[in-house]
Design a protein around this ligand. Structure first.
Ligand SMILES: Nc1ncnc2c1ncn2[C@@H]1O[C@H](COP(=O)(O)OP(=O)(O)O)[C@@H](O)[C@H]1O
Ligand SMILES: Cc1cn([C@H]2C[C@H](O)[C@@H](COP(=O)(O)O)O2)c(=O)[nH]c1=O
Length: 228
């Protein structure tokens, strides 16, 4: 039976990599898939993994109708066995409902990949609808880690190095790692809930314990379990 599966996790936990691996495995067995994405960091109409894999995909916008996309292809005699959608947090609730209908009425598997919550720890509308409608929500096995070593469960947004909790929900960007980030440029950092709620980023932790490495200092200061 066809399924709607939501593969969810923080930023940088391997969702796009898994999406491209799944597509590779299904395609290798002769299944026909249609790939979609919205606002990928690398530019439009591309699914990109930080491990270097990229694949072109159809760019979703507010006018995209997934039901019409699948019906249109089938009407032209083109098989569609599965739909794979990356950055699904950016899809509208209505588009997620179209995906559920594609599963139930056309027997097409839908694999959606995305982050659940935004920088304020609020669900994106698309992710909320996916959690509500998916047959399964899968958490990725590779865990992104907070600077303290605990599993990262939340996405923080930083502006000029400072964690912010106000601003537009959608600002495309990458996890921090480039010290030369431009002034005024948004970056992201994954944190455990405790440090997200305390607004304690790696930089704040480093400032509090300037002579130690972040993970190592966390072990000394907070004695976390290193959870990989
Ligand atoms: N240089 C590297 N060597 C090994 N693994 C890496 C490297 N860079 C990134 N990764 C892996 O890629 C993951 C990010 O994959 P990606 O698919 O881009 O994440 P997501 O789509 O969830 O944001 C990281 O969690 C890490 O496991
Ligand atoms: C938390 C958060 C993230 N975003 C953006 C930033 C990235 O462009 C994507 C997530 O991509 P990834 O492949 O999972 O790393 O989402 C945003 O717009 N708003 C947010 O609050």
């Amino acid at each position: 039976m066809a399924e709607l599966v939501f593969f969810s996790g923080t930023m940088d936990c391997g969702k796009s990599t898994l999406a491209l691996q799944m597509h590779h495995n299904h395609a290798a067995r002769g299944r026909d898939g249609v790939l979609f994405t919205r606002h990928d960091r690398s530019g439009s109409a591309t699914i990109s993994s930080r491990l270097g894999l990229t694949k072109s995909a159809h760019e979703v916008d507010d006018r995209t109708d997934f039901w019409a996309e699948v019906i249109g292809r089938r009407t032209q005699g083109r098989p569609v066995d599965y739909v794979l959608g990356d950055e699904a947090q950016f899809y509208t609730a209505e588009q997620v409902e179209q995906l559920a209908r594609v599963v139930d009425e056309l027997g097409v598997d839908v694999y959606a990949f995305g982050i659940s919550s935004d920088f304020r720890a609020r669900l994106f509308p698309g992710s909320q609808r996916l959690v509500e409608l998916a047959d399964r929500v899968e958490t990725l096995q590779v865990r992104a880690l907070c600077w303290c070593g605990a599993r990262a469960t939340h996405n923080a947004r930083t502006l000029d190095g400072e964690m912010v909790v106000e601003g537009a929900q959608v600002v495309v960007g990458d996890v921090a790692g480039r010290p030369e980030a431009a002034v005024g440029e948004v970056q992201y950092e994954v944190l455990c809930r405790r440090h997200h709620m305390r607004r304690m980023t790696a930089a704040v932790a480093r400032a509090a314990a300037p002579h130690a490495q972040t993970l190592a200092s966390a072990v000394v200061v907070e004695q976390p379990t290193l959870d990989v």
